[in-house]
Design a protein around this ligand. Structure first.
Ligand code: SAJ
Length: 406
């Protein structure tokens, strides 16, 4: 039986996928409300294909509880936030989960950490916890790091089709865990050592962050000289060895703006490119705000409450707003002692910020300048509703005449 610890954005779909492919699974989370919701037959966030997967897993007998199970395999998928000042990983949740698993696990158990960690975390934080509890690593307890790679918005598909990395001290244990993931994963599964697995995961997200930063820098260059960055990138990408990502209003979520800082935090003098790239991405919400002020001047709009931000989540068609560019923009505006911008997001039901709307028509009724911060399917399908408004499109999705771009 596999005990999946942490039933959030990664742990829940992983647990469901295992269960619906014949693995006996118990999902554990310390959040009683979350466990109660799952036991009441409901999922806890919106994701394409998740509800169907949930139904299949329930049918297969998955259980949800707050208690750790006595079993031979634990998959830990708890958050790894970073400290905003030191930029280093906070391994507190991982360490707590490992300690709790050690309280109940039998000798010979394998503890798999799926959470993204900075290179060296398993050595620095996890091994000492196991040893301090009196276990001999490699005999009593086996450690594995198997970072996830799935993308919110397409998690269920990617769980099944992406390749995976499994880092283990002992190759035989790596193969044992590979067999468990192979129950559902059709991609290649590479077995390597723990440090390599830690490093590859962080580098994958760093590569994406640097590529997006390059696109964002190009936007600033093109804006400076009135050139069309989207067209320039489109043509460049026709070259067989060029693949520039899309510029945008900033980089949000819990991975791309966070993981690269682990490298910068650990190797400050060796990460000049990465550090600068992250700063370029962080400058984008303010760049958008400056564009808003410029456009307001150009169209002679003086009332900031006539400006509305479409989208609060960190990207399209997800309900996750952690570290979102819209939140960063609002924070930046507040620093300038501003307020009054209106906000609307069809994916966010709760009130998160002041002046938040929950109805598209009401929102549009009250604004003259619409800033497209997120390209949700909703607005792509209803773009005609923006006719007659001034639009600043930060996502290159609006084809209406007169649209302002980044
Ligand atoms: N973004 C751009 N331009 C782009 C692509 C993205 O501005 O061309 C922005 C998005 O709008 C968003 C942010 O970047 O604000 C991050 O979104 P994302 O879709 O690039 O990535 P995440 O954070 O949803 O998921 C990433 C993925 N990593 C890679 O593709 C290398 C996913 O595979 C990882 O599993 C995930 O991080 C994670 O958990 O680490």
């Amino acid at each position: 039986m596999v005990n999946v610890i942490g039933l959030g954005y990664i742990g829940l779909p992983t647990a469901l996928m295992l269960a619906s492919h014949g693995v006996e699974v118990v999902g554990t989370d310390y959040n009683r409300d979350l466990v109660a919701t799952l036991n009441a037959g409901k999922t806890t966030f919106q994701e394409k294909g998740l509800d169907a997967l949930f139904a299949a897993a329930v049918q297969s007998g998955i259980q949800f509880t707050t208690a750790y199970q006595k079993t031979d395999t634990y998959i830990i998928s708890v958050p790894t936030p970073y400290d905003k000042f030191s930029k280093k990983v906070d391994a507190g949740y991982v360490v707590a989960a490992v300690k709790d698993a050690l309280q109940v696990c039998p000798k010979g158990a394998v503890i798999v950490v799926e959470s993204t960690v900075s290179p060296g975390t398993m050595d620095k934080y996890v091994r000492p916890v196991v040893e301090d509890a009196g276990f001999v690593i490699g005999e009593d307890i086996h450690l594995v790091h198997a970072p996830e790679r799935i993308i919110p918005g397409n998690m269920v598909y990617e769980l099944e089709h992406n390749s995976r990395t499994i880092g283990a001290d002992e190759p035989a244990i790596g193969e044992q865990i590979k067999a468990i993931y192979s129950s559902f994963c059709k991609g290649d599964i590479v077995v390597t050592d723990i440090r390599t697995a830690e490093m590859t995961k962080v580098i994958e997200n760093t590569f994406r962050a640097v590529n997006i930063a390059f696109a964002n820098e190009l936007t600033k260059i093109c804006r400076h000289d009135g050139m069309d960055v989207q067209e320039i990138i489109r043509i460049c990408n026709m070259h067989p060895r060029v693949n520039i990502l899309s510029p945008g209003p900033g980089v949000g979520g819990h991975c791309i703006p966070v993981d690269p800082w682990f490298l910068v935090g650990d190797y400050p003098s060796l990460t000049r490119v990465v550090g600068e790239a992250l700063r370029v991405n962080e400058s984008m919400p303010e760049f958008v705000l400056q564009r808003v002020y410029e456009i307001m001047k150009e169209i002679d709009l003086r009332d900031i409450s006539k400006v509305g931000l479409y989208g609060l989540t960190y990207k399209e068609d997800v309900d996750d707003y952690r570290e979102s560019p819209t939140l960063q923009l609002l924070e930046c505006q507040a620093k300038h002692l501003g307020q009054g911008l209106k906000v609307y997001d069809p994916m966010v039901e709760r009130d998160i910020v002041p002046n938040q709307y929950h109805d598209l028509d009401q929102f549009l009724n009250d604004v003259e300048l619409v800033v497209l911060m997120v390209g949700h399917s909703e607005i792509k399908e209803k773009m005609d509703k923006l006719a007659g408004k001034t639009v600043l499109d930060t996502r290159f999705i609006c084809k209406l005449d007169g649209t302002y771009r980044l």
